[in-house]
Design a protein around this ligand. Structure first.
Ligand code: ADP
Length: 298
């Protein structure tokens, strides 16, 4: 009797789990449909990833978005770094109020061609900390993808938190048509090892890798212009070759990058036509090629 009862109970538990799985798959399917409708006029979507924090991922994301916008493309920059959203600070938009209705959030305009949405706009004060558990992160990212009204965009650049956690995984589930990821590393071994994990992550979730960027690659002395290799250079490039992914360029450690971000503007906008700004021209080439390929096919 008891055995029967237990096995029934187990069976019904298994059924419940299976049902939950089916429901969540259905939910994800429904989410994807709603997101697809909302992003119907967004031509290309890409994510900027890094193996660890502090390597300049958000700085690279901002400058990629600004470089594309500077070329006349309509660009959206979405910051889903829930633990340390730095885009509002880097773009001079800290404390900017959000505008929206029940099911729609409007991004914040930064110049003619660039619109920004950040999880940082949801926290009122700079020091606010929210404890984000996995499901809460999933809901937030889903809401951002489903509710933000970008309008027609050529490119949506998504700044993801460092590592291979819930956020990039959620993006890969909810945006199966993502064009790919740009991976940012610094040249020293520790950072390069971590970005290898990001490459494996992308491969596991079938996310295309647009390329690797090596940031803080040598220090340019602001007085004499001499280059010092503080973190060595070339680690990112070697690793990209070894792992068979494109290498997009090396950005030096440049005091002007910090100055620009402290001023709340992108480096490429503030210091165009410099050697460092030219590196961003190389970095965005595969992104521009996405549109070229599309035009050739149509
Ligand atoms: P992450 O997103 O990887 O955590 P951030 O983009 O927020 O890193 O950059 C961290 C800090 O490093 C910022 O103050 C930024 O201005 C600075 N930084 C980023 N890249 C460079 C660079 N190439 N040269 C000088 N400072 C940089």
């Amino acid at each position: 009797m008891f055995e029967d009862k237990d096995s029934n109970k187990n069976q019904s538990n298994e059924e419940k789990i299976a049902e939950q799985k089916r429901a969540s798959m259905g939910q994800t399917f429904k989410d994807r449909q709603l997101i697809q409708q909302r992003l119907a006029d967004v031509k290309h979507k890409m994510m900027v990833l890094s193996g660890k924090g502090g390597v300049g991922k958000s700085t690279v994301a901002v400058n990629i978005a600004a470089s594309l916008a500077h070329k006349g493309h309509k660009v959206g920059l979405l910051d889903i770094d829930v633990h340390g959203p730095s885009i509002p600070k880097l773009m001079g938009l800290e404390g900017h109020p959000l505008d929206g209705t029940e099911n729609t959030l409007y991004p914040v305009k930064k110049g003619d061609n660039l619109n920004v949405m950040s999880v940082g706009f949801l926290t009122q004060r700079r020091d606010d900390a929210i404890i984000w558990r996995g499901p809460l992160k999933f809901s937030l990212i889903r809401q951002f993808l489903r509710d933000v009204e970008w309008g027609a965009l050529d490119y949506l650049v998504i700044d993801s938190p460092p590592g291979t956690g819930d956020e990039p995984l959620t993006i890969s589930q909810l945006l199966p048509d993502l064009d790919g990821a740009i991976l940012v590393t610094t040249p020293q071994d520790l950072a390069v090892e971590d970005v290898r994990k990001s490459i494996s992550f992308c491969r596991q979730v079938n996310m295309k890798i647009l390329g690797v960027v090596e940031n803080m690659s040598g220090f340019i002395c602001p007085k004499c212009g001499e280059v010092t290799e503080i973190f060595k250079t070339g680690g990112g490039k070697r690793m990209a070759e070894e792992m068979g992914v494109p290498f997009l360029g090396s950005i030096p450690m440049d005091a002007k990058i910090v100055q620009a971000s402290d001023l709340g503007t992108s480096f490429v906008e503030h210091y165009p036509k410099t050697d460092t700004a030219n590196v961003f021209e190389d970095i965005i080439r595969p992104i521009l090629n996405l549109q070229k390929k599309e035009q050739e096919q149509s």
